[in-house]
Design a binder for this molecule. Structure first.
Ligand code: AMP
Length: 903
């Protein structure tokens, strides 16, 4: 017999002649009718002359036939559903001579389940009546053609150890040639390094039996144990989970093979054993990590594929610059960084004792700005030294492995300096109450004029947008009304009769007050201002502060005379921002663009990234998304910008340009750079994933779906991101809704820093008469006319973005040509207020579109105003009445924006 695949043959059944069988017919149970079976066992040979047995019965001439034949006891082997395949021949009654009336063309099949061999005939249960598909005739007999029928029936659910089968003939002419009993099972299987045992399916037709696999030798389950499901058809379905080779092994041809000497595998996620990184070795097979060569080290947080490293050499080219009792120290990075990026610097300050009596360590009163140890920059300000004193500073460079390298000889650089006359005074804390503190300070050594009074400015730490200034004629005062258990920063400056020294102004000491504790903290801005600049600045500052205090206004902007070169000084939310304190570094200033990329962007190993979907098309290639799994970090979704194959060196540089810019920013409303892949191909830029894609498409898709507050919230986010960029000294030049991305929480983030200088990638950018491409509809007139791109021109674009947002992604100036747009704007026409747009927002847009750029609001003022509107939603109730027809409603701007929109 052929055994079908995936099946288990239970039995090729031995049939027994059954002479005294009680009928299982219920009516006759009580009568206990016995019948002599007429089945005959015939020994024959098949076509290969192998002996076969058939059982035949052919009592078609006699009445009341009831001939039974039963099998021996068949063990189920645990199967719950078994299959019975019958092969038989059956005589066609019509072909019998004389048309016998009692002749049957069917027989019945029964079964009886038991846990032992005891046979109780009355319990037989009928499975089915079996008829032949083809019966044979006299003619066939003559031709010796056997019309063999095959019928299969299934039986289940079976619950006992075994069963009997029985065949009942009621007067047919049958030859039973074979009875094959089998069940189906899912065979032993090895899949994804997991073994699944041969499994018997469940009894119900659609039932799946879940089986947990066993990981093969030297493998472990990844995330969850592997599982498969056995179907009633004996097939394995729905694989879940998998095994992976344990560290030190790699998968080869379905088994886990040990890593060779010189190779290691540390992570379950990586597939193959890797060669040991530089300066490390694996002397044995099966290494899960490589050990460092002598003199080289690794710290726990170093990724396994990182080379072993060593401590750096000493700092170079150290110089000092003494300013009264402060010293500014500066040096260059060591020649040899030891192969690490985490080089830090420590300073040891020692005072030279008079008469060369030796050196003593500087006490705790000397301040190091930003700190004394673990400096990441190559400069430090040391303040509050004693005047006219010699000091010796030791500079030391360390890195992550310096602690481990005990034998390494440290290389110091020594700087000897002598301080001058003292200039600044320290604020001291006196008596403190629950909500008050007494402060005192000394008059400066060299007041450089008559001090009329002092200004004491204080604010809660991290809430520096809200501060208080009080004045004092004395060098002490008590500040009251403080919130208990809060951290305050106090700043004292001397406001003098016109004359003011930059030292006093900028060097104002700060004091932090934490529920009774005192810290002296540092002044954040180190500036090299000229004396007369400082005077102007101080006066302007005083004027602004005075105006501020007098008007009591905390928010808003004045369009009264401002310096047209408005970027010279910003005074916002209590911060002073100076020109030249630009924190954004143009990657162009790097001779080698690759250096800029690696300065600002982390290199990511491509094996930590999986690309799952394509989400867009960028200028340089596809934009995809997928998970990023950095070792030791939570998995996050990222967007993956790829650089398509066949690029030129220039294209690669332009592509990575964006990463060099983005990597310098860190703000919740600026798209965050996770890193770059440059060491393998394709080159990729990895950023946080923004589920809702670009803002213009998102708004069009959700036309009319948001509340005004939600829209203002989005605008607030964009303005906050732009405030950060303008504070960093970065001008975007292509601010538009298409360049804003939206995440699942509706947070908007500014993106597209790519070619903000040339705008080659923006389909909206058009060539101007002066050459160069500009997105006309979004760009301020002075930027179109003479390329004057500033934060103020970004503000103009922001106004257009506001209009885009409030009109759910409408195209600014609709289908007007670029030339018409330029002309209309030149002639003082402006976009009308979008439908249902709150008047306050439209006023703000119109202000952003002031021809005179110094009259436009600054981003910090915009943020402040939007915050105010959000806090007071009733201010958004009044709507502008407008239709959307371009030509009738472009607004004439000659009188707009003259009065301040915040009263
Ligand atoms: P870009 O080359 O930056 O203009 O990107 C092309 C398109 O890819 C955008 O319009 C977005 O639809 C999509 N995209 C780019 N960056 C991201 C991201 N971080 N998250 C989601 N989608 C993005």
């Amino acid at each position: 017999f052929d055994v079908p695949p995936l099946s288990s043959l239970l039995s090729v059944v031995h049939l027994n002649m059954h002479y005294k069988l009680k009928k299982s017919n219920k009516e006759e149970l009580n009568h206990s009718v016995f019948s002599l079976s007429q089945w005959e066992e015939i020994g024959e040979v098949d076509e290969n002359y192998a002996p076969i047995h058939t059982y035949q019965v052919c009592r078609v001439m006699e009445q009341n036939q009831n001939n039974w034949l039963h099998t021996n006891w068949i063990l189920t082997e645990g199967a719950q559903r078994v299959f019975i395949e019958l092969k038989f021949t059956l005589r066609d009654c019509n072909s019998l001579p004389g048309g016998v009336g009692t002749c049957k063309e069917t027989f019945n099949m029964y079964y009886y389940e038991t846990n032992d061999r005891a046979l109780k005939e009355s319990r037989y249960i009928k499975i089915d009546t079996i008829a032949a598909d083809e019966s044979f005739t006299e003619l066939d007999l003559g031709d010796r053609v056997m019309k063999l029928n095959t019928e299969v029936r299934d039986l289940g659910p079976l619950t006992r150890k075994g069963f009997y089968l029985a065949f009942q003939d009621l007067g047919a002419c049958i030859a039973l040639v074979s009875v094959r009993v089998f069940y189906k099972r899912c065979p032993f299987l090895v899949k994804s390094l997991a073994e699944f045992p041969g499994t018997i399916p469940g009894s119900e037709a659609s039932q799946l039996v879940e089986v947990v696999g066993r990981c093969v030798n030297n493998s472990l389950p990844l995330y969850e144990p592997p599982r498969m499901h056995c179907s009633t058809e004996g097939e394995w379905l729905v694989p879940i989970g998998k095994c992976v080779c344990q560290p030190g092994f790699e998968e080869i041809n379905g088994s886990c093979q040990v890593c060779k000497v010189g190779f290691y595998r540390s992570l379950l996620e990586s597939l193959a054993c890797s060669k040991c990184p530089p300066h490390s070795v694996a002397r044995q097979t099966g290494a899960t990590a490589c050990s460092c060569e002598d003199g080289f080290y690794k710290i726990e947080s170093d990724p396994p594929n990182m080379a072993c490293t060593r401590p750096p050499s000493g700092p170079r080219n150290a110089i000092s610059n003494v300013n009264e009792t402060s010293v500014f120290l500066e040096w260059s990075i060591p020649m040899e960084t030891g192969g690490r990026k985490d080089v830090r610097y420590n300073i040891l300050c020692r005072r030279v004792l008079p008469d060369g009596r030796g050196l003593e360590e500087c006490g705790p009163n000397v301040r190091f700005l930003p700190r004394r140890v673990g400096l990441s920059n190559t400069s430090v300000m040391v303040a509050d030294l004693q005047s006219h004193t010699n000091y010796s500073f030791l500079l030391e460079a360390v890195n992550g492995v310096s602690e481990l390298a005990k034998d390494h000889t440290k290389q110091y650089v020594t700087l000897n300096v002598t301080t001058n006359q003292a200039g600044t005074s320290v604020v001291r804390k006196g008596r403190t109450g629950k909500s008050s503190i007494a402060l005192s300070w000394a008059e400066p050594d060299r007041p450089n004029g008559i001090i009329l009074e002092y200004e004491i400015k204080y604010f809660e730490k991290e809430q520096d947008s809200s501060y208080t200034i009080i004045k004092s004629k004395d060098t002490e005062m008590e500040v009251e009304g403080l919130k208990p258990s809060s951290v305050y920063i106090f700043q004292v400056k001397s406001a003098k009769n016109r004359l003011i020294s930059s030292t006093h102004f900028f060097g104002s000491p700060y004091l932090t007050y934490v529920s009774g504790e005192t810290y002296t903290i540092y002044i954040p801005t180190i500036t090299t201002m000229h004396y007369d600049q400082a005077i102007t600045l101080a006066l302007v500052l005083l004027a602004v502060v005075a105006g501020f205090l007098l008007s009591g206004r905390r928010c808003g902007y004045s369009k009264a005379k401002q310096d047209p070169e408005e970027e010279k000084m910003h005074f916002h939310n209590g911060h002073i921002k100076f020109p030249g304190v630009r924190t954004y570094i143009d990657p162009l200033t790097y001779e080698d663009p690759n250096q800029a990329v690696h300065e600002f962007a982390q290199e990511i190993d491509v094996s930590f990234i999986s690309i799952e979907r394509i989400i867009g098309a960028g200028e340089f290639g596809e934009v995809c998304s997928g998970p990023l799994r950095l070792p030791g970090k939570r998995e996050i979704q990222v967007a993956i910008k790829t650089l398509k194959a066949g690029y030129t060196e220039q294209q690669r540089r332009d592509f990575l340009w964006e990463a060099s810019i983005m990597g310098q920013f860190n703000h919740p409303n600026i798209i965050r750079l996770e890193g770059v892949v440059t060491k393998s191909k394709p080159v990729m830029i990895i950023t946080e994933y923004m589920e809702n894609g670009s803002l213009d498409t998102f708004l069009k898709k959700n036309d009319g779906q948001f509340t005004v507050i939600q829209l203002v919230g989005m605008l607030r986010g964009i303005a906050s991101g732009m405030r950060y960029l303008s504070d960093m000294g970065y001008v975007h030049r292509d601010l538009a809704a298409r360049n804003i991305l939206v995440n699942s929480n509706l947070v908007c983030k500014v993106s597209d820093f790519g070619l903000s200088r040339v705008l080659e990638d923006d389909p909206e950018a058009a060539y101007t008469t002066r050459g160069g491409k500009i997105p006309i509809r979004w760009t301020a007139p002075e930027a179109i006319a003479y390329r004057k791109f500033t934060s103020a021109s970004d503000v103009w674009s922001y106004g257009i973005v506001m209009w885009e947002v409030m009109s759910y992604g409408e195209r600014p100036y609709w289908e007007m040509s670029n030339q018409d747009v330029i002309k209309a704007v030149e002639e003082s026409y402006r976009l009308p207020g979008p439908m249902d747009c709150p008047e306050a927002l439209y006023h703000l847009m119109m202000d952003c579109w002031q021809r005179e750029r110094s009259n436009r609001p600054k981003f910090d003022e915009i943020v402040c105003l939007l915050d105010k509107l959000i806090r007071n939603p009733s201010s958004l109730k009044k709507l502008v009445n407008s239709s959307h027809s371009p030509f009738v409603t472009l607004h004439l701007c000659s009188s707009c924006g003259v009065e301040n929109i915040v009263s």
